[in-house]
Design a protein around this ligand. Structure first.
Ligand SMILES: *Cc1c(COP(=O)(O)O)cnc(C)c1O
Length: 224
């Protein structure tokens, strides 16, 4: 009974005050999200645009929706009216598109830039040089309807604790360097890293936003 609520309260009790919990609810039915909502959870993360749009329509309007998947430019317009934070932005082209759609909706949309910290080639993200190039470009400074509030990273999928730790520390080092410069549309105060298997380690290494799915909702079933 009420497993989701128990899981949530258990995780919440372990998080320092400055760490935001994003409940990752991809593939889970609306009833499961509602159980988390009734236990007080207000921040939810989804990976698929269509699913996010449908859940936003079905659920209470005080939920903060985070998009945590890989966003395609042509789908930005579908989430631009309501999304609270887009985690995985990894190009100036995508920032342009988000800015354009945010402007149409009279909003400023908060984003995190995704940094490549893993060893796996399959993961997305910018390296440090690409990051500083974007942030220092005049083109970026003209985008008034987006705001970069931090960095996002995904560690290598491995059992090797030291490897993961090294990657989290690398993200923190990059963050500490770039967060010193503040401009109108760039004020870095968030590090989004850490999932069910590694969030405690991520927090030790400076994460301020953890994205937790299976430890709250149970294992995912992609067939339903
Ligand atoms: C699915 C997902 C998570 C949550 O993963 P769990 O291991 O279930 O906690 C976090 N971040 C991203 C980007 C994801 O796609």
């Amino acid at each position: 009974m009420e497993i989701i609520k128990q899981n949530l309260l258990n995780i919440q009790s372990q998080l320092p005050k400055n760490v935001t919990l994003v409940a990752v609810s991809k593939t889970k039915p609306v009833a499961d999200l509602m159980e988390a909502y009734n236990a007080g959870q207000r921040v939810f993360g989804e990976n698929y645009v269509q699913e996010l749009v449908e859940k936003h329509e079905a659920l209470p309007k005080d939920i903060q929706w985070h998009f945590i998947g890989h966003l395609q430019s042509r789908k930005v317009k579908l989430i631009a009216p309501f999304v609270n934070l887009i985690h995985g932005v990894d190009s100036l082209k995508l920032l342009h598109e988000i800015n354009k759609e945010a402007q149409k909706n009279n909003r400023v949309i908060d984003c995190l830039l995704q940094i490549f910290i893993a060893e796996e080639e399959s993961k997305f993200g910018l390296d440090e040089k690409e990051l500083t190039e974007i942030l220092s470009s005049d083109e970026f400074k003209k985008l008034k309807n987006i705001r970069i509030i931090g960095l996002m990273g995904m560690a290598t999928f491995t059992e090797n604790h030291n490897q993961i730790k090294k990657e989290f520390q690398n993200l923190k080092t990059i963050f500490d360097k770039v967060s010193k410069q503040k401009t109108d549309n760039c004020q870095l105060n968030t590090i989004s890293t850490g999932m069910s298997g590694d969030y405690q380690l991520a927090i030790e290494c400076g994460s301020t936003m953890v994205r937790i799915g299976s430890s709250i909702f149970g294992n995912r079933n992609y067939n339903n």
